[in-house]
Design a protein around this ligand. Structure first.
Ligand code: GLA
Length: 475
């Protein structure tokens, strides 16, 4: 391997910076402050780190920097995040930057260190306080590229008419938990094939939902494009419909999705029309990059905008709000046209995550009802990190909660035992009970809890006892 003296020097700088950092996990060493001079204003400018995705798009982090005397000002825009530089040390030969942004009620920070090397900006950061340093190289890009779009005022609030959909909690499949950024046209088709032929469709599973990473850019008229993984979304919808199933898609009210793809910001009505023209039946609308433009208090108006846009298409499209349960969404979700709303952060395929979410829903029971459901996130059943007993708890608990049931595993290769859990008739009948009354805890003693759900048919009340397993089976 060819040695690179510039890089060695940079690594030595980094190591020294680490050595002098003490205390706080994210604390970085402080390089000596430098006075601005013609020699060190080379830092000033618009820089970008671009990492190609396999689908023809790229992920970008922009550093818009200005050296002003001994300070560096500007911003760092990284996919769904936008940080103002609030602290800095040093200059082109070695600097540190702290970026700060408000995210709802909390504050996020990023720290970078780096230096200018020739025409490049060499940077290092930690993804998490305890993670190793990640090194990045930024190039100069034209002024204005990556700039945050101007704020669009959210509309005045009004009540969006009930679309009449989702009289029982939606059932189907979503790509994210298993496939994340690897979902593509062929995967969606084969998942639809599996769902249509393995008994799931008969059991009530209907929606095949493509999550984040299908998006391309926009054409000259501002129409959203798909990326290489989805060559023809209309043809895909036709295929899914030909199986007697429905197709869902994903977007955000912000400029960027959580995975850094094109969002619907400023194109809400246009995107809704595109989805309708493609034959889309379900939209998951994820707050993501909207946090860079709007406050949490503005969420209802921002979500109402897409609620109106979907209804204006005239196509029945289920509207799924995803903003992690912030701002008491259950109180206003139905008014903005929402059929379901996430009540929590992301689930993981882990007993702790699943039970923390599932057993944490007690206070929300009064808010779920036909057409409008609390959504404790998608299922992890069959993804491999819980036992079959634990997955039975997962679906039983979700059914007591009258939760949407979106399988999140690979339906093409699951075991008969997992399929049996997903299609258990008695459990699904509880989830889909037509009265739509969400269950709640009636008794708890230590690790044992009893939850009860009132079912339709008067006296026929369903009563479940779920014990958190004390001893866990090995998979
Ligand atoms: C957020 C959502 C997830 C998933 C990802 C996609 O984290 O909560 O369910 O949609 O975004 O980027």
């Amino acid at each position: 391997m060819k040695s690179n003296p510039g890089r060695h020097c940079f690594l030595i700088v980094l190591i020294l910076l680490i050595l002098v950092s003490v205390g706080g996990a994210l604390a970085f060493g402080v390089a000596p402050r430098q006075q601005n001079s013609p020699a060190n204003d080379t830092l000033t400018g618009n820089w970008a780190v671009k990492t190609p995705n396999a689908d023809g798009t790229f992920r970008a982090t922009y550093f818009n920097l200005k050296q002003e005397g001994s300070r560096i000002t500007g911003y760092i825009r990284s996919t769904q995040f936008y940080y103002l530089i609030t602290d800095s040390t040093g200059g082109p030969d070695g600097f540190t930057l702290t970026g700060t942004m408000k995210d709802g009620k909390s504050e996020r920070k990023v720290l970078y260190e780096g230096k200018v090397v020739g025409n490049e900006l060499h940077l290092a950061t930690r993804r998490r306080p305890d993670a190793p340093l990640t090194e990045l190289t930024a190039q100069r890009v034209p002024t204005g590229e990556g700039a945050m779009p101007a704020r669009i005022e959210p509309p005045a609030l009004h009540k969006v008419k009930d679309n009449g959909l989702a009289r029982t909690p939606p059932m189907g499949w979503n790509s994210w938990n298993k496939f994340a950024g690897r979902v593509d046209d062929a995967t969606v088709r084969s998942i639809a094939d599996a769902m249509a032929s393995n008994g799931m469709k008969e059991a009530g599973y209907l929606y095949i939902n493509i999550d984040d990473t299908w998006e391309g850019g926009r054409d000259a008229q501002g129409n959203i494009q798909t990326n290489k993984k989805f060559p023809d979304m209309k043809a895909l919808a036709d295929y899914v419909h030909s199986k007697g199933l429905k197709l869902g898609i994903y977007s955000t009210p912000g400029p960027d999705t959580c995975a850094g793809y094109e969002g619907s910001y400023g194109h809400e009505a246009q995107d809704a029309r595109t989805y309708a023209a493609w034959g889309i039946d379900y939209l998951k609308y994820d707050w993501c990059g909207a946090r860079t433009i709007y406050t949490d208090e503005e969420m209802p108006a921002v979500y109402q905008k897409m609620g109106d846009a979907l209804q204006a298409t005239g196509r029945p499209i289920i509207y799924s709000l995803c903003q992690y349960g912030r701002q008491d969404v259950w109180k206003w979700g139905p008014d903005v046209g929402g059929n379901l709303w996430r009540t929590t952060g992301d689930i993981r395929d882990a007993w702790d995550s699943m039970t923390k979410i599932g057993f944490g829903q007690n206070d929300l029971a009064q808010w779920g009802k036909p057409g409008h459901w609390n959504d404790p996130d998608m299922l992890e059943i069959g993804n491999g990190a819980m036992t079959e007993t634990e997955y039975k708890t997962h679906i039983s608990l979700w059914s007591i909660l009258a939760a949407p049931l979106l399988a999140g595993n690979d339906l093409r290769s699951m075991s008969p035992a997992i399929l049996a859990i997903l299609t258990n008739k008695e459990v699904l009948a509880i989830d889909q009970d037509k009265d739509g009354k969400q269950g709640a805890r009636v008794w708890q003693s230590g690790e044992q809890e009893v939850w009860r759900r009132q079912l339709s048919g008067g006296a026929q009340a369903g009563r479940f006892s779920i014990e958190r397993p004390q001893m866990r089976e090995l998979p």
